[in-house]
Design a protein around this ligand. Structure first.
Ligand SMILES: [Zn+2]
Length: 155
């Protein structure tokens, strides 16, 4: 399957402003890298970004769980609704389906510039290998929360 659209997310945590700045730089016309691929750029958590805080109600990265999203109490959380919007918009069955999502973060952990890989599709490993080969970045496989690895999983 050829990648047709890539989602670039920044500001998933509203207090992480470097990725938002970086995306603005990537998105400048002179830096265009489209090569026939359509990119979607979005601030993951615009309300938290606007307030300069990590999140409004709950961590957006922990809000992509189908079972909790059907809970009427948790559906009042800003991030649960935002996660549902993002999946409805950019998930594999969304109105603008993206085959790959790259979610940019910063951290205070001593792990340097790296790739944290959630997906386990062949294309996820290929992309990570390409980036590792090009930039020499270490790759960490995210194993802790299996629910999160299914955000854009192919059917
Ligand atoms: Zn973050």
């Amino acid at each position: 399957m050829t990648v047709q659209r890539i989602l670039i997310v920044s500001g998933t945590h509203g207090n992480e402003i470097n990725p938002v700045w970086a995306v603005k730089q990537f998105n400048r016309e002179e830096n265009s890298l489209n090569h026939g691929i359509e990119y979607e750029y979005i601030i993951g958590n615009p309300a938290a970004y606007k307030k300069g805080c990590r999140y409004i109600d709950v961590d957006l990265n922990r809000s992509f769980k189908v079972s909790e999203n059907s809970d009427p109490h948790k559906n009042s959380f800003y991030e649960i609704n935002r996660a549902n919007f993002l999946v409805d918009q950019f998930g594999i069955y969304g109105s603008k389906p993206c085959q790959i999502a790259i979610d940019l973060h910063t951290t205070t952990a001593n792990m340097g510039t790296c790739i944290v890989l959630y997906g386990r599709r062949f294309k996820d490993f290929c992309l990570a290998a390409l980036l590792q080969n090009k930039f020499g970045l270490p790759i960490y496989l995210h194993e802790k929360d299996k629910d999160q690895t299914g955000f854009l999983v192919e059917a």
